[in-house]
Design a protein around this ligand. Sequence first.
Ligand SMILES: [Fe+2]
Length: 208
Amino acid sequence: MAQAPEHRLDAADDERARARAAIIAQTMADIRAIEDQLGVTRQGVEAIRDRLLEMASHREAFALEDFPCPTEGPRGCLYRLSEDADHRFALYVNSSAGDVATPAHNHTTWAVVVGFEGKELNRFYRRAPQGGVEQIHEFLVENGTGVAMLPDDLHSIHIDSRALNFHCYGLALEQLPNREYYSESTSQWKVFPANADIREARVDLALC
Ligand SMILES: [Fe+2]
C-alpha cells in the first residue's frame, strides 16, 4: 500500500513540462525565422499560424489540468508560455470556462489564435464610415484551426464553454498600451487594457 503517487505524478508532470518547453522553444525559433523571412505580411502571419497549428498537434504536451481556469472572478486567464527578453514573440495559453465576449479590438502587433480544446468564435470587423465597426466575417477556432491578424485587423472573441487555445503576438500584451476597442455602449474607441490575469508558465530548459 505504501505507494507514492504524488512522486510519480510529479515526475510525469516534470517530463511533460520539459517536453512542452522543448516544443515551444522550437516553435518560437521557427516563428522568429518566419517573421524575419516574410515580414509582418498576410503571408507571414498565416505561416506563423500554420506553425502554431503544428505545435498544437502535440496534444500530449499540453494537458488541460496544467492550465486551470480561475476559480473566482473572471472566467478566463492567460498563461505565458514564451516571451523574448525584449518582449517580442509572446505566446500564451488562453484558458477559459466560457462566458467570454470581448468587444472588437485591434492589437497594434501581429496576432494569431490557434485552437486546442473547445471553441472560440472569432468575429472580424472593419471600421465603418460612420465611426463604428461592421462585421465582415467570422471563423470558429477549434482544434486544428486558427486565425492570423495583422496589427490593424479588428476582431472579437466569444467563448461559451471550456476552451483552451493558443494566442501568440508579435509583442507581449503588457507592451501594447495603444490597443483600441470599440465601445458599443458609448460609441467610442477606447484603450483596450491588457488581461489582468496573466500567469507565468514558462519553463527554463536550462534548469531542468
Ligand atoms: Fe485579440
